[in-house]
Write a protein that binds this ligand. Sequence first.
Ligand SMILES: [Zn+2]
Length: 451
Amino acid sequence: MNSLVRLAALLLATCTLHAAQADPAFRVGAGKRVITPVEAMWMAGYASRTAPSDGKIHDLHAKALVIEDAAGLQGVILTTDLIGIPKNIAVATATLIHDTYQIPRERVMITASHTHCGPVMRDNLYGMYALDPEQVNRIEAYTGAMPQMLLDAVTAAMDNLEPATLTWGIGNAGFAVNRREYTPGGVTNGENPIGPVDHDVPVLAARRADGSLKAVLFGYACHNTTLSFQQFCGDYAGFAQYGLEEAFPGATALFATGCGADANPLPRRTLELAQQYGAQLGKAVESVLGGTMAPLNGPLKASFEEIPLELSAPPTREQIEEQLKSEDVYIQRRAKTLLKTLDTRGALDTTYPYPVQIWQFGDALQMTVLGGEVVVDYALLLKHRLGREKQFVIAYANDVCAYIPSLRVLREGGYEGDTSMIYYGFYGPWAPTIQDAILGSALKQTEALKE
Ligand SMILES: [Zn+2]
């Protein structure tokens, strides 16, 4: 009898222990690394700048969130206060992470806040800037060091992996305004109060066993472009991250941009407005954290593919030579690059390998992760098809190669549908197959992961 009681007590203790250990279903690590350039550099995103950076408002960061499920499978989410990570840097970073931590490509997500107050990245919008050789050297050196800087953030996160619970919820912030203004002359970059927007603020929280906040990943579908001045700054997303880290000491706040390619924070252009939007976004995240959030369980499943996204029919050599005579310096610059490609490779690429990535946390949450500057229609279509309550849609990820218009925006034209392709170096707009190709890949991978 005595031994039976002891056995029962032992079983009870073991069960309690298991329950306590099973409760935090994951191990989570969060790390960051300052990536503010040490020298003055040309700043990304606006063609109109005539001088390099002059100091900083605050530091720019690369941050890493490492999530390990109960089976020991890890995933890495990288966020950056940068305009975008071009494909070659994403590939080099993913390779470095794989070589160091044996984490496969589909489990590495590389995102950007799209601040226009960070440095130019190599091969990203190169056609937009008039760069002298010294500035090109600085961009090459900075961009070349980026994979190691991103790995540093991952290593910092690996160093503090600990048991954690993950929860998920959606808040709301209203400052994103559709910017595709319909005018008699066509669509211009202005303000469209009847245009679609996505005001969701997706929030993924990691809490330690003692309940304290370890990390929070949040998003918003809006250009991170309140500011256009000459100082390094994370813009509203930077202020939101700084504000949350102040409100939750010991926590790392990470921001990833949603499908905000056709939305701007309006009005804009003052530091006060950037701070105000950052505070508004931070409050939206805090109110989600203070409410009831959906618990996440494993396993963490991931998939990634590059699909051949079709471009419209390519121009002839004669047509490109004609563009050399254009009065538009950007069309001239692009024509020179296209002719160089024709000379060296004999033909222009008519497709582009476009990344689509999916992460699933059981039935509760799917992260649908798209490359490029994606317009809001994709977020709305994905939420319609897959359920808003379980969709964390991230854009500007794994390769910021171009604007990604929906079929509607492609047909309407304007900057996101057409003319932005000049700055990204493509010979013309995407083919009308674009929307079906991207959604098709996302839906196919979604189903495949469920099996
Ligand atoms: Zn943009």
